[in-house]
Design a protein around this ligand. Structure first.
Ligand SMILES: NC(=O)c1ccc[n+]([C@@H]2O[C@H](COP(=O)([O-])OP(=O)(O)OC[C@H]3O[C@@H](n4cnc5c(N)ncnc54)[C@H](OP(=O)(O)O)[C@@H]3O)[C@@H](O)[C@H]2O)c1
Length: 363
């Protein structure tokens, strides 16, 4: 039998030939060049597909709406921490608008009462409030945790939004950070978030795993992270570290409780207009809390900018592009991101110190 020959024209003698399925393949390029082009093509394909997926998730694919977590009979509750301003207040409003009853957690009773009244009168839902300073370990915080644990047992708690967070008053070198500020950040962002989740998760597991195969609706534990945890942020090192801790904790917990029908995810955010960011005006990279929260609650299941990182999502479109860009070229893009942030924080600190100086002169 004469073998079919695919002859790639050879100018040089001694080029290797291969017999594959009865075909003779003669190479007229060095084998190393062929391997390198195959690797290049594979990378190109990977990045093209990944950019295509990002575009699809941002512009076309509908995510799951949080409403899908409600029980069929209604009356499902959501718990929102830090709900008296900014992003947390918007979570409470938008969940109530979707007919979730809301457990409100905050440190100012008067402000909690106002939010409760607004939600009940505007959206016709029920509310319960727990007043607690989440940054103050001790008996009052323990009592609040026990109270919340009981509420979770009594109510159909389907959604936990771990929103409360604390940051530095202004960018500051780690070596100069006040101990009280560090305690505030660590207690609020990490200790409280983990303790609260521990208090309510057995009830959320029971709810979603009840009824054998035809089990209840999924429960959702959503923690608000920060791109400061994703991109290490010099001069906000304590805040940055606590948000990174939440990311690792989320992933570990998510895999533990996934078989029991509980979805655990970390939501990444860059700047949002709020008291914490001290930004008052919106821009394409700095949405209002309402816009940000809408993007979060309507895109469950879509990683968007957090592609390739399990149990994380970056839902708001410009934040997603930023997050994606930082991961795009590995070490090079990450170190560039860290250095850009260092420069930005130095600048913010300089301006904040000048402002404080002017205010001190006025007094
Ligand atoms: N804004 C941003 O640019 C941005 C960016 C990335 C991530 N995030 C994250 O988003 C989350 C919400 O931030 P935000 O910008 O909405 O902040 P915010 O406007 O300052 O609101 C923080 C909320 O948490 C409450 N809170 C703070 N410390 C508390 C404590 N010790 N005990 C009880 N409640 C306390 C505040 O209560 P009061 O009303 O009593 O102060 C307020 O309701 C945080 O986890 C933050 O890290 C924000």
């Amino acid at each position: 039998m004469v073998a079919d020959t695919i002859h790639v024209h050879s100018h040089l003698a001694g080029h290797p030939s291969y017999h594959i399925l009865g075909h003779e393949i003669v190479l007229d390029v060095p084998i190393t060049a062929l391997i390198l082009s195959a690797i290049g093509a594979a990378f190109l394909l990977r990045y093209t597909l990944s950019i295509f997926r990002l575009a699809l998730e941002l512009a076309v694919l509908p995510g799951k709406d949080v409403k899908s977590l409600q029980s069929r009979q209604g009356g499902t509750w959501a718990l929102v921490t830090g709900c008296t301003s900014g992003i947390g207040l918007e979570f409470a409003r938008q969940l109530a608008k979707r007919k979730f009853n809301v457990i409100l957690i905050g440190r100012r009773k008067h402000a909690l009462d106002e939010v409760a009244q607004e939600l009940e009168s505007k959206f016709g839902v029920q509310t319960k409030s727990v007043v607690v300073d989440v940054a103050a370990p001790g008996s009052a915080r323990d009592e609040a945790l026990s109270q919340i644990e009981l509420l979770a047992k009594d109510l159909d708690l389907g959604v936990l939004i771990n929103n409360v967070g604390a940051s530095h008053n202004m960018p500051v070198a780690f070596a100069e950070t006040e101990r009280s500020e560090m305690n505030q950040i660590i207690e609020t962002n990490v200790a409280w978030t983990l303790l609260l989740t521990r208090a309510v998760i057995p009830s959320m597991i029971a709810r979603s795993s009840a009824g054998g195969k035809a089990r209840g609706p999924k429960s959702l534990i959503m923690t608000i992270g920060s791109l400061s945890g994703r991109i290490p942020s010099p001069l906000l090192a304590t805040y940055s570290g606590t948000k990174a801790a939440l990311s690792t904790w989320t992933k570990a917990l998510a895999e533990e409780v996934k078989p029991q029908g509980v979805v655990v995810e970390l939501v990444q955010a860059a700047f949002v207009v709020s008291n914490m960011s001290k930004i008052r005006k919106s821009s394409p990279f700095v949405p209002y809390p309402a816009t940000f929260v809408r993007s979060v609650l309507t895109s469950i299941g879509l990683p968007r900018g957090a592609q390739g990182r399990p149990h994380e999502r970056t839902p708001f479109w410009t934040h997603a592009l930023l997050d994606y860009a930082v991961g795009f070229a590995g070490y090079v893009s990450e170190i560039t991101g860290i250095r850009v942030i260092l420069g930005m924080h130095k600048d913010i600190r300089k301006r904040a110190l000048k402002k404080a100086e002017r205010a001190a002169k006025k007094e």
